[in-house]
Design a protein around this ligand. Structure first.
Ligand code: EPZ
Length: 438
């Protein structure tokens, strides 16, 4: 099994280039099904979730042509598949974004069938708002037996007004995709405003759609008969950027985080400044410096433009390095978001979880341990903790991390971190670090 081995305590210096946004890519690739023509996608992140989705589109009959490491041309002109067969179910059950395939197939063909999605396990992750929205567009929805089946009455969706009872990134994206070619006008109210929502709207519009208001809490769509090909460059990943910023805060040093949109990082930059980290903004980079001791802080995650929930575990690792008492309160997900706490405790962290808050007593140096990535961002948190800890940390189940971070080991090594990826058989009983030190 592949593992990361980290020897902690080395400050980070240099420059890191941020890749394309994972949560934009996993929405835009399924949306390409709606397009009769070649979609040239640039600044795609090289992560397993994008590989999985491109594999599914290829199976559906799309022509997928890799131009270079981060540019792919996808032509779905000849795709006719509106129901994903059993060969695809292991993939669609693995990733959260597979439910966007339903919105895209429904919008293109008037019918769709796929499995329920997978993704990070935060406990219950309902899709009732997706169902509400697609039903409002005239689809008969059947969610049973682990499958999602949808059929548009009369073969084509019809525009409507939808109010989301809960701000949902996924439901906003799914309804936006399906409504792009629905007959008439769709108004979606109480929508998510994340940067990747705006990126999807910009992608759809560059392919001939008419989507307005993305980034506000109301999106208005005038359905068009069909979408044409074009070129689209994805935004950089604000959570990847935030993860490297958090690492500098935890370990110390000075790093230029390049290829970012500073506005997307405002909440993270502001919180780090509150914690005595210097953050200087350029046009397409931020300079992060941490030389002085960190200050404790309280953080509450909220939908954008609030503090992003996808930075919760990483920032708790930073709070563990700040002398004093801090509180991390989760405002989006249930208690399942706190699974990373048990792994940080193995490294000596003093964290108590009560309801939706983690109470951190920081300042005591963390110590290396054998830990696991419980989910994507929990994995990033234990990497940050290992970089800051004294001694050696082994991170297992790194497949979760590699779903969302392109070349994490290479990027951290270029910043001076002592981290590597090893492929070690699971030695029964050998849970100490001894075999690593040897
Ligand atoms: C997306 O998940 C992201 N995943 C998550 O990032 C992110 O944490 C989340 O948005 C919030 O920003 C992808 O984009 C692939 P939601 P999603 O629908 O769409 C409730 C990562 O680390 N809800 O915005 O599943 C839900 O239970 C991943 O990159 C309903 O009640 O999140 C949650 O409490 C992890 N009914 C809240 O809304 C619904 O129909 C927000 O969920 C849908 C959601």
């Amino acid at each position: 099994m592949e593992k990361y081995v980290i020897h902690g305590g080395k400050p980070l210096h240099g420059e890191v280039e941020i890749s394309g946004a994972k949560n934009a890519a996993v929405a835009i690739i399924p949306a390409a099904i709606m397009v009769r023509g070649v979609c040239r996608l640039e600044n795609l992140p090289q992560i397993s979730d994008t590989d999985t989705l491109l594999h599914i589109l290829t199976y559906m009959g799309a022509r997928v042509n890799a131009i270079n490491r981060t540019t792919v041309e996808v032509d779905c002109t000849d795709v006719q598949m509106d129901c994903l067969p059993e060969e695809m179910w292991s993939l669609t059950r693995k990733i959260r974004a597979s439910y966007y395939l339903v919105g895209a197939m429904l919008g293109r063909f008037g019918r769709a069938c796929s499995t329920m999605p997978g993704g990070c396990n935060f406990g219950v992750r309902p899709i009732d708002q997706h169902i509400k929205g697609l039903t409002a567009l005239g689809a008969d929805m059947d969610v049973s037996g682990g499958f999602i089946r949808a059929e548009a009455g009369g073969g084509r969706l019809r525009g409507n007004t939808v109010y989301l009872d809960k701000v949902s990134v996924g439901a906003t994206i799914n309804i936006m995709i399906a409504a792009a070619t629905a007959e008439g006008r769709t108004v979606i109210e109480n929508v998510a405003r994340e940067p990747h929502i705006v990126d999807l709207a910009n992608f759809l519009n560059s392919m001939g759609a008419d989507v307005r208001g993305a980034g506000t809490n109301v999106i208005k769509i005038r359905g068009v008969r069909q979408l044409h090909g074009g070129t689209y460059a994805l935004i950089p990943d604000q959570i990847e950027a935030g993860t490297y910023m958090a690492a500098v805060a935890a370990v110390g040093g000075a790093v230029r985080v390049s290829n970012v949109i500073p506005k997307h990082l405002e909440c993270i930059s502001s919180k780090l400044r509150e914690m005595n980290v210097e953050v200087e903004e350029g046009d397409d980079y931020v300079l992060v410096r941490r030389a002085e001791p960190l200050r404790a802080a309280d953080i509450k995650t909220m939908p954008y433009p609030g503090f992003p929930t996808d930075m919760h575990p990483q920032m708790t690792a930073v709070l563990c390095c700040a002398p004093g008492r801090s509180v991390m309160t989760e405002g989006v997900w249930s208690s399942g978001r706190f699974k990373y706490v048990g792994e940080l405790r193995k490294m000596g962290a003093d964290i108590q979880v009560e309801e939706q808050s983690a109470f951190v007593q920081g300042g005591r140096r963390l110590t290396g341990a054998v830990v696991r990535a419980c989910d994507l961002r929990a994995g990033a948190a234990v990497v940050i903790a290992g970089l800051a800890a004294e001694g050696t940390t082994v991170v297992e189940d790194i497949n979760y991390i590699e779903r969302g971070y392109q070349n994490l080991v290479g990027k951290f090594r270029a910043l001076g971190a002592d981290i590597c990826c090893v492929d070690e058989p699971d030695l029964p009983g050998e849970r100490t670090l001894g075999w690593i030190a040897g």
